[in-house]
Ligand binder design. Sequence first.
Ligand SMILES: O=c1[nH]cnc2cc3nc(NCCN4CCOCC4)[nH]c3cc12
Ligand SMILES: [Zn+2]
Length: 372
Amino acid sequence: MTDFSFELLGADGGARRGRVTCAHGVIQTPAFMPVGTAATVKAMLPENVAATGAEIILGNTYHLMLRPGAERIARLGGLHAFMNWPGPILTDSGGYQVMSLSELRKLDENGVTFRSHIDGSYHTLTPERSMEIQHQLGSDITMCFDECPPYPSEKADVARATQLSMRWAARSRAAFVNRPGYGLFGINQGGVHEDLREQSAQALKEIGFDGYAIGGLAVGEGRALMFSTLDFTTLMLPTDKPRYLMGVGKPEDLVGAVARGVDMFDCVLPTRSGRTAQAFTRRGPVNLKNARHGDDPRPLDDHCSCPTCRNYSRAYLNHVVKAGEIIAAMLLTWHNLQYYQDLMADIRRAIESGTFAAFEADFQSQYGQGDI
Ligand SMILES: O=c1[nH]cnc2cc3nc(NCCN4CCOCC4)[nH]c3cc12
Ligand SMILES: [Zn+2]
């Protein structure tokens, strides 16, 4: 079995072109990970997720530990077999979703005790239990257990959460089952504060990880503050390891974050929007509920090769959206995932050819135009 590795293949300004190798395959970076929360990328068959060009998907520990249970998935052969996704899987640690989804009971040095949003049962997540669950799922990339402070927060509380997260990072590292091909990523915290980000980066580098995520962002701080925080944070992280910006984001966020040295992304936006009638196109988002599409025979995006754009008109999409038909979620989700993967492929090609700055300028001029 090959070891977990990251190769930096090239750079163009701050943008990097790389390749991650892990147990279940190779990931070209910059990469976007579709979110497969409850062992499914909603409204998509796994083979069709792969057809969009996605090479790695994200699974949520919080959801899977509550239902159907990590031990059950392990008994059934692990998450790859269970959900029929043979490629790489990254799982989050569960911490962030406990804070945003469960009826939080208590957070202390040991971990978090909470009630399930599904049936009210009590559960505890600690760094050790999170590592055990992610091991049972068989994730190629395991995330450290951390605490993501809300925004805005007093700097003192960001410092407290950051220092706790660094102690939890050490416990995560100690509990992680080392296997060739399987990696553990640390998560940099510190809010929007350069000194706290530096302390966190130092702590993580001393422990040593296979990749470094940037947490604590995309929590309401806004794009300008996210980008200004990235401007100094990515430079603190090792250049020879992947950098993963958690929960991001909109197409404009992806392009701007790649320019600032980010290699990996995940976000529910393309799939969630697919279920709420929003489609992404190279000229910006389009709401298919809008009556103006009712007689429009054109495809969503005549530059897109997905089945939705090859076979259906905007008029049809408007109809099935208004009728609440299941195919609406299928077609719009597929298109959105294809749009995100095509954007990442264009970004990778631009970095390879040393034209990323021109690509970014062209993207910004087109994307903001609004729909045709
Ligand atoms: O520090 C973090 N640690 C561990 N997981 C995270 C996940 C995160 N996800 C976001 N933002 C998600 C924003 N989404 C945008 C689309 O709509 C849903 C929310 N920020 C995040 C920060 C962290
Ligand atoms: Zn399409």
